[in-house]
Ligand binder design. Structure first.
Ligand SMILES: [Zn+2]
Ligand SMILES: [Zn+2]
Length: 77
């Protein structure tokens, strides 16, 4: 059974490999508190300053507000 990263579609042979990859995946470095979605930085911002959840139905916005870097979330946990 293969495990697929839903952000970049890369596949891995084990769940552990996928977990390790998730920490460094360039396609899923941001997480939205409002909807729980993960997405890449370039999906959330065009100017590197104003961040917005790429989900049209979600009103999450603002880095450090609704949108956090996955790494920071892990450190807080
Ligand atoms: Zn990935
Ligand atoms: Zn959202």
């Amino acid at each position: 059974m293969t495990h697929t990263c839903r952000d970049c579609k890369q596949t891995f042979g084990s769940e552990l490999e996928l977990e390790l990859h998730r920490d460094t995946c360039s396609e899923g470095q941001l997480i939205c508190d409002s909807c729980g979605e993960r997405f890449s930085e370039r999906a959330a911002t065009t100017d590197g300053w104003h961040y917005r959840c790429p989900d049209e139905e979600c009103s999450g916005a603002g880095i450090g507000e609704d949108i956090h870097k996955v790494r920071d979330v892990r450190l807080e946990a």
